[in-house]
Design a protein around this ligand. Structure first.
Ligand SMILES: NC(=O)c1ccc[n+]([C@@H]2O[C@H](COP(=O)([O-])OP(=O)(O)OC[C@H]3O[C@@H](n4cnc5c(N)ncnc54)[C@H](O)[C@@H]3O)[C@@H](O)[C@H]2O)c1
Length: 249
């Protein structure tokens, strides 16, 4: 039996990077996937590629910061597959416009919170009631080590991911009686195209911080697979660092 056999999974921001890796992995493990992605081009390409690999997948154009769009993505998922078992709130990012609180623009602060924290909150607002209707399931949120420890020059992003971590714990407590598990992953540097471009002048292999080297998108997708599957059925309210030892060093 595959690890997500017949589970219906909505993954946000799955057109590229970690979300795309998770969509491919989850489909290979038997899940029926909705790719809720902002970019039509990326979403359509991901859908095409996963279909070609034999997966069950549909791209639904989605902006996680827009409530009508999120409501539509959840409704389309249920219309297509009849239920929702797993919500993977992957969409998010930091930009080079972030910085110390004294330097970052207020516009960048709100954009960062809107995408990373409000987007997660909105998807939970509309997704969790459907998971409850399905008899329970899992929410996997995307935090970051930036939400667990102080980091330089990304004060808006650290605040947003810290919020995702707190929200994960409170929702885990709130919805456990409904058999909805809520966990988050806190990755260290993960070599997606965006992160490689952002850090082109830095040594991402610096072993004094990432003891085992930087992550690949699949390293994070594997952790998400565990938290999405019934293998983690007694695990809720946890923040799982996939951090190459960074937070312990
Ligand atoms: N890559 C890292 O080093 C790293 C480290 C820690 C945490 N994370 C977190 O992991 C998640 C994925 O990161 P990534 O590096 O794979 O990002 P990425 O930039 O490679 O991919 C993000 C995807 O989200 C989509 N997206 C952007 N805004 C959206 C919106 N409003 N609605 C729907 N989709 C939207 C993009 O089009 C893109 O396909 C993010 O939450 C990020 O904060 C990444």
């Amino acid at each position: 039996m595959k690890r997500l056999e017949n589970k219906v999974v909505l993954i946000t921001g799955a057109g590229k990077g970690i979300g795309r890796a998770a969509a491919g992995l989850f489909a290979a493990e038997g899940a029926k996937i909705v790719i809720a992605e902002l970019s039509r081009e990326l979403g359509e390409q991901a859908e095409k590629d996963i279909l070609a690999e034999g997966g069950t997948v549909r791209f639904v154009p989605t902006d996680v910061t827009d409530e009508d769009s999120v409501r539509n993505a959840v409704a389309q998922t249920v219309a297509l597959y009849g239920r929702l078992d797993v919500l993977y709130n992957n969409a998010g990012l930091s930009t080079s416009r972030d910085g110390p609180v004294t330097e970052c623009s207020t516009e960048e602060f709100w954009n960062t919170l809107r995408l990373n924290l409000f987007g997660t909150w909105l998807c939970c607002r509309h997704g969790i009631p459907e998971i409850i209707k399905a008899g329970g399931g899992a929410v996997v949120n995307m935090a970051s080590i930036a939400g667990l420890m102080g980091m330089l020059r990304i004060d808006a992003y650290t605040a947003a991911k810290g919020g995702v971590i707190a929200l994960t714990r409170s929702m885990a407590t709130e919805f456990a009686p409904h058999k909805v598990r809520v966990n988050a992953i806190a990755p260290t540097t993960t070599l997606t195209e965006r992160v490689i471009a952002l850090n082109k002048n830095r040594d991402l292999g610096n072993k004094t911080r990432n003891l085992l080297g930087p992550c690949d998108p699949l390293d994070i997708a594997q952790a998400a697979l565990y938290l999405a599957s019934d293998e983690s059925r007694r695990v809720t309210g946890h923040i799982l660092p996939v951090d190459s030892g960074l937070t312990s060093s």
